[in-house]
Design a binder for this molecule. Structure first.
Ligand code: FMN
Length: 272
């Protein structure tokens, strides 16, 4: 029991306790997890060592040793080959979907269905917008449509081109600058498209699809390639697809993919 706990805790605490934790559990496991793991290993390691050096007198001992070996192999595989999961570590109990979404670069090249993509577009369409103008517009290319995918891909900045080639789809997010009824400038057009894009990526996360927005693209080329009218401004491209291991990326993307996600503290962003 105690040995099982020793093995499970470092790996499993995040999964087990952070899925639906109380505030105290969260505080403990987010803030003090590393020191808790270190302390636990320090106390339990000698016991484990003594147990290991003991002859396997009983069938139970032998089975337990086999289980421990299997667990160690599992832990090794998880840490070295596992897909990078970068759930947000939060102090307050933020919704699981918000914690789950992160900006992925390593895509598996697997397809996603048109229904899944359109579910994401529909989620985007339900964002709030100034005067309900809904200034968001989208164009997309599925990976299977090779020529179209290449056309979208060719508009990206060199950095973004490298890792996004394995995405299942590339989306071009556009913003209509003026109100349709009055033709007056909509001051909030970019704001509202950002809100829609965030909805899109949260819906994607709910479908186990990840994405990364890209402001790094050739604006002039995009405008001419897609023959965009003056009133439509390209906001960003979004690569979406299934997650793959960070290990398949070259540097510097490999290290970046494994970097811990970080955010400003609430004290920095809440000004009163
Ligand atoms: C409007 C916008 C533009 C971005 N442009 C790029 C980009 O060109 N290339 C890139 O690798 N990431 C880009 N990102 C991703 C951000 O770097 C990423 O969202 C940020 O580091 C936070 O990481 P997270 O989304 O995993 O929390 C962009 C994000 C946004 C919202």
């Amino acid at each position: 029991m105690i040995y099982g706990f020793c093995l499970i805790t470092p790996v499993g605490s995040h999964r087990i306790f952070l899925n639906d934790p109380s505030f105290v559990q969260r505080l403990f496991f987010v803030r003090f997890r590393s020191s808790a793991i270190a302390a636990q290993s320090f106390i339990l390691f000698p016991k484990l060592k003594r147990f290991w050096n003991r002859k396997a007198n009983t069938m139970g001992d032998a089975v337990l040793k086999q289980c421990i070996m299997a667990s160690l192999v599992f832990i090794f595989i998880t840490f070295t080959k596992g897909k990078t999961m970068k759930e947000a570590e939060t102090i307050y109990p933020v919704h699981q979907l918000i914690r789950k979404r992160w900006s992925v670069r390593s895509f598996s090249g697997e397809s996603i269905s048109r229904d899944q993509l359109f579910t994401m577009f529909e989620a985007a369409a339900w964002a709030a917008s100034s005067m309900n103008e809904q200034p968001w517009r989208y164009m997309y290319a599925m990976r299977e449509n090779t020529e179209e995918f290449k056309r979208f891909h060719s508009c990206l900045a060199p950095d973004n081109k490298t890792w996004s080639a394995n995405a299942a789809a590339l989306i071009l997010s556009l913003a209509k600058k003026t109100f349709t009824k009055t033709s007056a400038l909509n001051k909030h057009y970019f704001h509202d498209v950002g809100a829609a894009n965030n909805n899109l990526l949260l819906q994607a996360a709910a479908l186990d699809i990840y994405g990364r927005m890209m402001a790094g693209f050739d604006v002039e080329k995009t405008i001419s390639e897609f023959n965009l009218p003056e009133d439509l401004e390209p906001v960003c491209f979004i690569a979406v697809g299934r997650l793959d291991v960070a290990g398949k990326l070259h540097e510097p993307y490999h290290s970046r993919e494994r970097e811990k996600r970080s955010r400003k503290s609430l004290e920095e962003i809440i000004l009163n």
